[in-house]
Design a binder for this molecule. Structure first.
Ligand code: NAD
Length: 413
């Protein structure tokens, strides 16, 4: 694993370039992923030395000694989404290798290139044939077959909640283990006592980075009523300055959406929002000027005048579109933050530690970021509540998803 990390690190610019060309993320974003990807490989290489069972002799009646061992679950079928290709691939692969499992990886049909290049690097690092098998293909065929296959012991899935439900149904044949990293509609909450300069930049990055194609995107922005007008105007002014353009241009901050289908989906939601009575403070239309007309470009869009039951407030859009909603106090915003079927990410911007603690306990989501958003580290677990899935990736808990516990009993009397 350390050899893989070295090779990936040395060739990371190429992997970043493949991801940017394949799915449109800005080159500065894909390059900035280096530490997380290489760090994940090194972190899980370290974890291999700390996997252990337990001994229970002290707590048992005198005639028994019992201990546990941990064994690899076996063959893992991994299925990934397209929005962070090399990160998702390595995040699935590292715990597989650390636990002694093997893997069949069905990468997203939208962005398979970096995983295929990684496959060459694995051979170079000396990983034996058959340990990691990379199979690009369509979801309906290759993905579905993997999810139902009786020789697959576990499925590790990243994608939409809709497909996640299909995976669970398909897994029933041999009751394979399943972990699900699914969609979100994450709340990002700004109190008037926050450092507003940091909150403006943070709220913008939370939704507009990767053109909003992030599962944890802070797509529901709650702003305390006394600063609502000022804050949303500042956010609009800040976001209008973000440079939208060619993914390979190092000045680009928002690239195109991944595909025509994704463009249609996002444009549909822009139209739905307007029909529902929301008002775009900035953006709101596909970009059709000059060179951008040839690509799938949507500018940062902020909707105000929204109601909680609108589809643009309830449903995951997966584009650079945020709804801004005013709130009065902690209780009020805690209720609204949780009024979603999802529970993946969340953010709180405040200088009041009490509010931060109350909300970190109340919000039902796998991650709560206080005065930051989307911070990630290989050592910190990541995953969802509710329709955002179950199981955790990263952190020590991740390897438990790939291990079976066996109890051994010895009668000593
Ligand atoms: P998707 O569900 O359409 O596809 C995800 C993967 O599943 C792809 O590889 C696809 O080919 C495959 N697939 C499709 N149908 C299948 C089937 N019937 N059986 C087996 N596999 C099938 O999702 P997407 O559009 O690629 O990605 C966007 C979604 O992924 C969003 O909802 C986003 O929030 C979510 N996502 C979640 C995380 C997370 O960590 N929680 C990370 C990234 C993306």
């Amino acid at each position: 694993m350390l050899a893989i990390a070295d090779i990936v690190e040395a060739n990371f610019d190429e992997l970043a370039m493949l991801d940017s060309m394949d799915m449109g993320a800005p080159i500065t974003r894909t390059q900035a992923n280096r530490d997380q990807v290489v760090g994940t490989l090194r972190y899980f290489a370290g974890v291999t030395t700390s996997l252990h069972g337990e001994t229970m002799s002290n707590s048992l009646p005198g005639e028994f000694v019992s201990y546990t061992t941990k064994e690899p679950v076996g063959v893992v079928g991994a299925i990934t989404a397209w929005n962070g290709p090399i990160g998702a691939t390595v995040c699935k692969m590292a715990p597989v290798l650390a636990t002694g499992c093997t893997m069949v990886l069905k990468v997203s049909e939208e962005s398979p290139l970096s995983a295929l290049r990684l496959g060459e690097m694995l051979l170079e690092a000396g990983i034996p044939d058959g340990v990691v098998n990379i199979v690009p293909g369509k979801g309906e065929t290759a993905g579905a077959r993997l999810a139902e296959h009786s020789d697959v012991d576990k499925v590790a899935f990243t994608g939409s909640s809709f497909t996640g439900q299909r995976i669970v149904r398909a897994s029933a044949g041999n009751l394979k283990r399943v972990s699900l990293e699914l969609g979100g509609k994450s709340p990002n909450i700004v109190f008037s006592d926050a450092n507003l300069d940091a909150a403006v930049a943070g709220a913008s990055a939370a939704i507009f980075a990767n053109s909003g194609q992030m599962c944890t995107a802070g797509s529901r922005l709650f702003v305390q009523r006394d600063i609502y007008e000022e804050f949303t105007q500042r956010l609009a002014a800040f976001s209008q300055k973000l440079k939208v353009g060619d993914s390979l241009d190092p000045r680009t901050q928002l690239g195109p959406l991944v595909s025509e289908q994704q463009l249609e989906r996002v444009v549909d939601y822009l139209n739905i929002g307007r029909k529902e009575g929301a008002r775009a403070l900035t953006g709101g239309e596909r970009l059709t000027e000059g060179a951008l007309a040839k690509g799938y470009f949507v500018p940062p869009t902020i909707f105000s005048g929204v109601k909680e039951d609108m589809r643009i407030v309830q449903e995951e859009i997966f584009g650079p579109v945020v709804v801004a909603i005013p709130f009065d106090g902690v209780e009020d915003v805690a209720r609204m933050a949780n009024a979603t079927p999802f529970g993946l990410g969340s953010g709180v911007w405040t200088s009041d530690i009490t509010k931060a603690h109350i909300l970190s306990r109340t919000i039902r989501a796998g991650s709560v970021w206080i005065n930051c958003y989307n911070a990630k580290d290989p050592a910190v677990p990541y995953g969802g509540f509710k329709m955002s899935g179950y199981g955790r990736e990263l952190g020590l808990q991740h390897v438990e998803e790939y291990l079976n516990v066996k109890a051994v009993w010895i009668k000593v009397s």
